[in-house]
Design a protein around this ligand. Structure first.
Ligand code: ZN
Length: 178
């Protein structure tokens, strides 16, 4: 259910849908920034994680060897830090997106919608100057978290570029790192 004053996002999410185990909360947030629908399996037992993966058609990403072995299509990761995890995941799944997209809320996985410009006041959490600039602002349908291009998304892009390389058609990658 959309909150009042929000219009539907036109962009569709990226396939496949994922489910990340409890040890991969940061990776789950990064995958959402990449446009993916990602369930974070916090507080779930292994049997529940396997059932949700099967029922919802989600691919499991896990650091748990046994859980990976028992879940069809699961991807087992070993690294502790998110850059290494993104790299491992892209090796196992070469089609992994490298492009930041405002489709899913990084906090709760809700759908993002572009905020309605006819509103007199910005959505909660959006600075007045950002709202006044006319640049797109997005809001989560579920939790209301606001998103816009800024320092935070620049950091996310830099981390993704370091891990996976810059997306095609962009010049954000640094030469020295190659
Ligand atoms: Zn949200």
């Amino acid at each position: 259910m959309a909150l009042p004053g929000l219009v539907r996002s036109v962009s569709e999410g990226t396939s496949p849908h994922w489910i990340c185990d409890e040890m991969l909360g940061k990776l789950a947030r990064y995958l959402r920034f990449l446009g993916y629908d990602v369930e974070y399996a916090q507080g779930l037992r292994d049997t529940e994680i396997r059932e949700r993966a099967r029922r919802d058609g989600r691919r499991l990403v896990t650091r748990d060897v046994l859980l990976a072995r028992r879940t069809p299509g699961a991807i087992l990761l070993h690294r502790l830090e998110v850059e290494g995890q993104l790299r491992e995941l892209s090796r196992a799944f070469p089609g992994l997106s490298r492009e930041v997209r405002f489709v899913h809320c990084s906090v709760c996985n809700g759908r993002l919608v572009e905020a309605d410009r006819s509103l007199p006041v910005p959505p909660r959490g959006v600075p007045e100057d950002r709202w006044a600039s006319g640049e797109p602002v997005y809001s989560c349908e579920r939790c209301g978290q606001a998103y816009w291009e800024g320092g935070h998304t620049r950091e996310i892009r830099e981390t993704i570029s370091r891990a996976l390389g810059a997306p095609p058609g962009t010049e954000t990658g640094s030469e020295e790192e190659r």
